[in-house]
Structures are given as C-alpha cells and as structure tokens.
Design a protein around this ligand. Structure first.
Ligand SMILES: Cc1cc2nc3c(=O)[nH]c(=O)nc-3n(C[C@H](O)[C@H](O)[C@H](O)COP(=O)(O)OP(=O)(O)OC[C@H]3O[C@@H](n4cnc5c(N)ncnc54)[C@H](O)[C@@H]3O)c2cc1C
Length: 363
C-alpha cells in the first residue's frame, strides 16, 4: 500500500529520476521520504535504455563540460560508491570530431572552452589523424578534436540499475503507476493523481519524465519546451578490423562507434524534418541506406562492405529552445523542480543532475 504523502515526489524513474533519488537518499542532510512514480518499470521506451550511452567532454559551454566531467568521475568511482562488483562496461575510447573548412572556426572556439575547463582534448591535423587511425579517409577534413581521456561509452541499463537499487535500498519508494494530473494551489505544488486513481501529496515535486517532461509540466499549467523527437540507431558489422576506433562524428554529421564486435551509428535529422514523435518508435531504414551508409563508406573505406544487422528508434528529451537541459526550480513555483530537456546528452549528465537537484532540495 502506497502511503499518501511524501516529502519529495519524482515523476519518472529512469536515469535522471533515479540519480536524483540516489543522491537524495545518500545526502546526510536529507531525512525525508521519497516516492518515484514510474509508469513502466521495464523502461521499454525510456530514453535511458534506448540511448547510445556515450559520454564526452567536447561541448561548447563550461556548464555542459563540468556536468559531463562529473559524470566521468562518477563512472570511474562506481566501485567506491556501489561496491566491488559494480561495473557498467565503461570503454574510454574517446570521441573524434571531424571538422571541414566550414566547421573549423567553431571547432577551434569550442576547443578553447574545453581546454580552459581542463578537458583532455587534442587538436589533430589530418596527418596526425591518419597516423592514429590509418583506416580513416581524411579528404575534406581540416582538423579533428580527439578526447584522449574522459570520453567513451557504457551500458546505460547497468547504470540505471545501480542508481535505482541503491536509492531503493535507502528507502526511496518506487511506485508503478502513471501521473495523470498534478495539483497546485497558487504557487505551491500539493500532489499528483495517478492512473490508478490514487492521490499522493508532496512537499516538493520533481519532473524527471524525459521526453514527456513538457506534457507533465503542462499538468501544472506550466509551459516547458521539451518534447519527444525520434532518433534512429543502426547496428552494423564490418569484417575489417578498425583498431582503437573512437566514437567518430563525421563532417556530414553521421556518428559511429564500436559496440562489442559490432558498431552502432546514426545521424540527427535536419531541423525541418524533425517533428514531435509521440508513440513513433519505427526504425527508418531509409536513413541508413540513403544517408548514413554512403557517408561511412566515404569516411572509412572498409565500411563500403558493412551489413545492417538491426537497429532501434528512441526519443530524445528535446528542448526546442536551445537543445540543453532545464535544471532547477520554477521561478514562481519554488517547490516545482525541473530536470529535463537534455536533448541527447542526459544520460552522461544524470549523475550531475541528480546531485544538483538533491542539493537544491536539501541545502
Ligand atoms: C537514440 C538516443 C541516443 C542517445 N545518446 C546519448 C548519448 O550517447 N549520451 C547521453 O548522455 N545521452 C544520450 N541520449 C539522451 C539520453 O538517453 C537522455 O537524455 C536521458 O536518458 C534522459 O533520461 P531521463 O531519465 O530524463 O528520461 P527517460 O529515460 O526517458 O526516463 C523518463 C521516465 O519517465 C517515465 N514517465 C514519463 N511520463 C510519466 C508519467 N506521466 N508518469 C510516470 N512516469 C512517467 C517514463 O516511463 C520513463 O521511464 C540519447 C537518447 C536517444 C533516444
């Protein structure tokens, strides 16, 4: 039987919601009660489990770099936090971002910001790229930026499981239900109504509903510019070995990285062809055949002969304003907190977000 009042109610219990619950339950200053309301404990359609699960330092703003740096520190320190068996399969393979003449100025500017933040990112000339990655064709590339440390990929489900289990072990209550309404009295959030008909009162309400964050905020009469946008991920195999392959972002925008014995790849659509994607999880194979494969075959000649094995589509928690996160309290409704709109980098920023929201609530 679920109790009817909690100090903190978190809507959404995937990576971000569970990271908030984890940091709250592990903050010595927090002695309150927590309910995490999650409509799908198998996380079939969550961004978290459909993610490409990669982490980088190569951003253009100090805030994003710092949040992801915290993410990497968190991942490297998993055993101290979660015990000797904790493992999320982190591979520190780096990101290699390739810039054409048109993109070079921005690449240099971003690199300056990254270096000021002490990120370990090297500028590589085309001949240095060839030296490190001889299987890569540098035609049209004027420079590359490569993360020597602090960048790579991991198992998102394993990270989610660690956070969730640790939060539950310290008393966070996960409720399998869907939030269908929020109650608000003026500038105070008072609770949530669930699909089962139950009502739960709250002191603080946190929206961690990923792509549905805008819909949940609307239940409180609040406009939040976050909505689901579809992204397809393709799994391919390639018989030719490609030693020390990092996550590569090509000048075309196509990205690819190793995943065990295979590779995953994709591209974000043009803004004009990127509608809200409610309920649409169909894989658009034409994107692979028309856009992704030709670009890969050009950049990595061995990939002329790749085979599409399978793929999936997931939803970005897309902030239509600036594709970056919205974190912290509503300016008028102080007990309504947002942890939303990461637009493709929310998994790596879940630990930093969890800590930030927990500290805002507690301290
Ligand atoms: C294809 C793809 C590739 C990506 N690649 C990367 C990457 O390489 N690196 C990276 O850092 N990030 C990446 N991301 C983004 C990242 O996955 C997300 O930003 C992050 O997982 C967001 O976590 P979340 O917990 O906020 O959202 P989700 O994981 O979507 O969780 C939200 C949860 O809220 C629940 N929920 C929603 N509405 C309700 C409701 N009304 N009541 C109860 N529960 C509700 C949902 O069931 C869901 O479980 C990628 C995303 C996609 C789709």
């Amino acid at each position: 039987m679920t109790q009817t009042n909690y100090d903190v109610v978190i809507v959404g219990g995937a990576a971000v919601g569970s990271a908030i619950a984890y940091f709250l339950t592990h903050d010595l200053g927090f002695g309150g009660t927590i309910a995490v309301i999650e409509r799908d404990p198998s996380y079939t359609h969550a961004s978290t489990t459909l993610s490409a699960a990669s982490i980088r330092q190569q951003f253009s703003t100090p805030e994003n770099i710092r949040m992801s740096t915290f993410g990497v520190t968190f991942i490297k320190g998993l055993r101290e936090r979660f015990g000797a068996d904790a493992d999320i399969g982190f591979r520190e393979g780096g990101y290699l971002l390739l810039a054409s003449e048109a993109g070079a100025v921005i690449a240099y500017e971003n690199h300056d910001v990254q270096i000021k933040e002490k990120a370990d990112i090297a500028l590589l000339r085309p001949e240095e790229i060839t030296q490190r990655f001889p299987w890569l064709n540098t035609d049209g590339v004027v420079l590359g930026t490569f993360g020597r440390t602090g960048e790579g990929w991991f198992d998102s489900h394993a990270l989610l499981t660690l956070l969730r289990q640790a939060a539950r072990a310290r008393g966070a209550h996960y409720v399998h239900d869907e939030v269908t309404a929020l109650s608000r009295t003026g500038e105070r959030m008072t609770g949530v109504t669930l699909r089962s008909g139950q009502s739960i009162g709250c002191g603080t309400l946190v929206i961690a509903a990923g792509p549905q964050a805008g819909d949940v905020a609307a239940m409180a009469g609040v406009a939040l510019p976050v909505e689901p946008r579809k992204r397809c991920v393709f799994v391919v195999n390639c018989r030719t070995p490609l030693p020390r392959m990092p996550l590569i972002v090509d000048t075309s925008g196509v990205w690819i990285r190793p995943e065990g014995q295979t590779f995953i790849c994709g591209i974000s659509p043009e803004a004009a062809n990127d509608p809200r994607a409610d309920g649409d999880f169909t894989l658009d194979e034409s994107i692979f055949h028309d856009v992704v494969w030709p670009a890969l075959a050009e950049r990595i000649p061995a990939m002329e002969a790749i085979k599409l094995m399978r793929g999936w589509a997931g939803h970005y928690d897309y902030n239509t304003l600036d594709q970056n996160s919205v974190i912290g309290p509503h300016p008028q409704i102080g007990d309504l907190l947002f942890a939303n709109g990461f637009s493709g980098h929310g998994l790596q920023q879940a630990p930093a977000t969890g800590r930030a929201i927990a500290e805002l609530i507690t301290h």
